[in-house]
Design a protein around this ligand. Sequence first.
Ligand SMILES: NC(=O)C1=CN([C@@H]2O[C@H](COP(=O)(O)OP(=O)(O)OC[C@H]3O[C@@H](n4cnc5c(N)ncnc54)[C@H](O)[C@@H]3O)[C@@H](O)[C@H]2O)C=CC1
Ligand SMILES: O=C(O)CCC(=O)C(=O)O
Length: 428
Amino acid sequence: MSSQHEVPSYLTPSDIGPWGVYLEQIDRVTPYLGTLARWVETLKRPKRILIVDVPIERDDGSIAHFEGYRVQHNTSRGPGKGGVRFHQDVTLSEVMALSAWMTIKNAAVNVPYGGAKGGIRVNPKTLSTAELQRITRRYTSEINIIIGPNKDIPAPDVNTNEKVMAWMMDTFSMNQGSTATGVVTGKPISLGGSLGRREATGRGVYVVGCEAASRRGIDIRGARISVQGFGNVGGIAARLFAEAGAKVVAVQDHMATVVSDSGLDIPALEQHVAAHGSVAGFAGADQVEDRARFWETDCDILIPAALEQQITEANASRIRAKIILEGANGPTTPLADDILHDKGVLVVPDVIANAGGVTVSYFEWVQDFSSFFWTEDEINQRLTRIMREAFTAVWQLSEEKKVSLRTAAFIVGCTRVLQAREMRGLYP
Ligand SMILES: NC(=O)C1=CN([C@@H]2O[C@H](COP(=O)(O)OP(=O)(O)OC[C@H]3O[C@@H](n4cnc5c(N)ncnc54)[C@H](O)[C@@H]3O)[C@@H](O)[C@H]2O)C=CC1
Ligand SMILES: O=C(O)CCC(=O)C(=O)O
């Protein structure tokens, strides 16, 4: 990948990683952008990158330093918007790619945001709650200057949650001297959070999954589902599919793979994960030692809902699913995309499949501004409508142009962003 794309001077060629995947996706969509293609370089360069040192005092009195990032990829259509990830493998390339996918996603579902993402290179499982709070607050202070309800609005991502958002909101508010609930979304309900936000990404995956299944003649009742990642996104998606009568036959997380041909008991698995931090050791299933075999599961729908670049040319040909719903951001590499396309597997891309989270984040932000809160039914109905409409528009475009759903979603997203860019102009 690195040889085909210009590597920014602040990335080493070996570190281009997910950013290289994103650049390849932009190259693939460029021929469909017509005259807007003259603006496409805008999408290949993040608008603003902030790298911060995050020092904290550990509980034992020692001082530890961590690397933190906030990347604002594009703000042509509105303030930056996107989650914050705490993970030991976070890199600048990864945060750049995640921020860019937010730009495309927010435009594809037409919420009035640009794209941004943040992260800290830390394994939060090695921190105490007090240390986690200190690192969150210090990181927020360091990026304080570029975030805000009208500038850039963080939200949860891998290993961050309502509690982390509450600390971020409080730190930002302390620094500016007044409470600003709209600076982050995914907050606790009692602090201006929205009903339905916690479940929103998984619910969106479920809604587009039903749309895709009906177009492929698959009945959700009895459909076989496998899920990688049993956190916020994968766990909720699994629960909703199971409630609709599907059989979740395999789940893989960072520690283990559990399978059951008759379908896993999802509420019991959720309880097990809440108690033990992983699906490992779940009594109601068989455990598969060889992790790579997860990709060979006999299933109708596969939901990668963990990290990037999980489906590669090494495993794509072994996938037996008819539909892939990308709950995770960037789970499929471009070469794997080609293999899946040749096999006739329908891939519903991340920028549509997992857009339910940011859609309800948008609802949360609107509710915070008006200090008037909607019912859960209202949220879920609006979410379902937006997800269905976005999926249908992308589906129709893909049929019309004879392109993959990913290319169609990128055509919709890039067109909206570049039209805004062009209308705003470059002067002075
Ligand atoms: N939380 C949200 O609202 C949204 C999240 N996403 C994306 O969904 C994905 C998952 O995010 P969340 O569910 O929020 O994170 P989470 O932290 O709640 O859960 C992550 C899950 O992935 C598993 N995992 C981690 N490393 C793994 C590995 N190497 N192999 C298999 N499983 C692994 C973990 O064990 C855990 O079950 C990420 O790609 C994220 O960017 C996308 C849209 C919104
Ligand atoms: O809710 C949000 O603002 C962003 C969620 C997110 O990080 C994502 O869609 O990848």
